[in-house]
Design a protein around this ligand. Structure first.
Ligand SMILES: Nc1ncnc2c1ncn2[C@@H]1O[C@H](COP(=O)(O)OP(=O)(O)OP(=O)(O)O)[C@@H](O)[C@H]1O
Ligand SMILES: C[C@@](O)(CCOP(=O)(O)O)CC(=O)O
Length: 477
């Protein structure tokens, strides 16, 4: 039986760099762009074959085969594509060793990825028969199509792990606790093997669990497994993998956390690009050169990050406890920009109390940015470079904006605003330089200030892995 699964993309709103250290938490939101995997399975006699197809990309087909009766050596994966896909390969290899199949199958997993993961230059659009899914077809191989920073490799590894588990694990449901833990742990191992390094894993965690406050796993768990794997027989590697995936406490934390109703994020793509690994090494080098000062910065930034999480959670509680007051509060936001919100506290005690939760959000975003700029200045890494500072400050002048940050590692890739949902279209309109709008006060906004940013059609969608409807993919397979 064919099944379809999906996993979301991500934006790390708070906790870049800090999340590399298991002592600190981060806040990562899952986004509406998703990666899908459609399975097709038949029984086979001689050998097992797993083909991963990614039809949106030129030469997007990778085939792996292995023999289940070979008990002496780790399973051998043979690829039939001259261009390898390290992420698909590591996922298949890890999963097959984890499961150690007892039956041969011919498996095909077809991958589809939503448009926002990659630039769409020179693409053609294909729709499913019922029109509910539309994907862009590229003319180049996957590794030559520019990415947008949404975590495509984490999406691929997570959804492929889920798809393969659904074939090998009887009665597999993707959303119970045990399945999610298996998906997460296997995907983290495979992602680290493919990347040849152990990262913080926030992207795989968000692809699995959705929007979360995330604290990373203990890296030694994976480094130890990987460093020993080539010395082990199939049987021993399989046993080690089972032990690490199912019986080891990874000490990672994933607490559900999403934006309150009426609040949205607005992601802006900024013409530019950044080298994350270089920035990470600059930041870590500064941290080890100046342990005391950097500890102060880490602590202050962490306080600001957690204040943002707390104020969003408190707002969510208000939306549940007093929906009427909440909706009045949220609808008032479209009439204020950041400076005006901060000013509200000085109007009267009543205003200060009414807008307290919103003022807290605004202040925590400002504090996050302050400490990110200190990190920028001290480490030499362009985390919030001056161009982004100017752009974010300009965004703060637009009504309905509560603030914005450079997500993830920062740099010149993107900005992410937290805004009132009801203001989205007016924010887009007032920043695209297109001209008049009757109900907007644009007098103070020079629209050329926003020339570098193009707003992306993305919203928070808090779910992690999901099972999708096969009907929605008919006509694309
Ligand atoms: N749709 C897809 N089909 C097949 N392989 C994919 C797909 N998307 C991503 N991949 C794999 O992931 C690789 C990209 O991973 P890389 O680590 O370079 O980017 P990333 O850090 O995930 O990037 P970004 O966060 O910008 O999406 C591709 O070269 C390919 O191996
Ligand atoms: C700098 C870092 O903390 C975040 C990188 O985030 P992004 O890839 O820029 O979304 C690195 C990591 O967590 O692996």
């Amino acid at each position: 039986m064919s099944r379809v699964f999906s996993a979301p993309s991500k934006a790390l709103l708070a906790g870049g760099y800090l999340v590399l250290d298991p002592a600190y938490s981060s806040f990562v939101t899952a986004l509406s762009a998703r990666m899908y995997a459609v399975t097709s399975v038949e029984e086979a006699n001689e050998a097992s074959v797993i083909r991963v197809e990614s039809p949106q990309f030129e030469s997007g087909s990778w085939e792996y085969s292995f023999r289940i009766d070979d008990s002496q050596i780790p399973l051998v994966i043979t690829e039939k594509n001259s261009k390898r896909n390290p992420f698909a390969e590591a996922t298949v290899h890890t999963l097959v060793n984890y499961v150690k199949p007892t039956q041969n199958y011919r498996i095909k997993v077809t991958i589809f990825s939503d448009s926002e993961y990659h630039t769409q230059d020179g693409t053609r659009l294909e729709s499913s028969t019922n029109g509910s899914k539309k994907f862009h077809w590229h003319t180049k191989p996957i590794d030559q199509v520019p990415k947008t920073g949404l975590g495509s490799s984490a999406g691929l590894v997570t959804v492929l792990t889920t798809a393969l588990l659904s074939i090998y694990v009887p009665n597999f449901k993707c959303n119970d606790e045990r399945s999610l833990l298996q998906i997460h742990n296997v995907a983290q191992i495979a992602h680290c093997i493919a990347q040849k390094k152990v990262g913080s894993g926030f992207d795989v965690a968000a692809a699995t669990y959705g929007s979360i406050v995330y604290r990373r796993f203990e890296p030694a768990i994976i480094t130890q497994l990987v460093s020993e794997s080539h010395l082990l027989s199939l049987e021993d590697y399989h046993r080690e993998l089972r032990k690490v995936v199912l019986d080891t406490d990874w000490h990672f934390v994933t607490e559900k956390c999403s934006l309150p109703k009426g609040i949205r994020i607005l992601m802006g793509d900024v013409a530019g690009g950044s080298e994350t690994p270089k920035m990470v090494s600059q930041v870590l080098a500064w941290r080890s050169q100046k342990p005391e000062y950097s500890h102060e910065v880490w602590t202050s930034l962490n306080t600001a990050n957690m204040a943002l999480v707390d104020s969003l959670q408190n707002l969510k509680l208000l939306s549940e406890s007093d929906p009427h007051a909440y909706s009045e509060l949220i609808s008032a936001l479209q009439t204020y920009n950041v400076a005006q919100i901060k000013n509200l506290a000085s109007f009267s005690v009543d205003y200060a109390a009414r807008f307290e939760l919103i003022i807290n959000i605004v202040h925590s975003i400002e504090n996050i940015r302050h400490w990110m700029r200190v990190m920028t200045r001290e480490s030499g890494a362009s985390i919030e470079p001056s161009e982004q500072t100017i752009l974010l400050n300009n965004c703060n002048t637009v009504k309905g904006v509560l603030g914005g940050v450079v997500p993830g590692a920062g740099g010149y890739d993107a900005i992410c605003l937290i805004v009132a949902a009801s203001s989205i279209s007016s924010i887009i309109e007032s920043t695209k330089g297109s001209g008049e709008s009757s109900n907007l006060d644009l007098s103070s906004i020079n629209k050329h200030q926003f020339d570098r940013v193009s707003w992306l059609d993305l919203t928070e969608q808090q779910d992690g892995v999901l099972e999708e409807n096969l009907e929605d993919f008919k006509g694309l397979l």
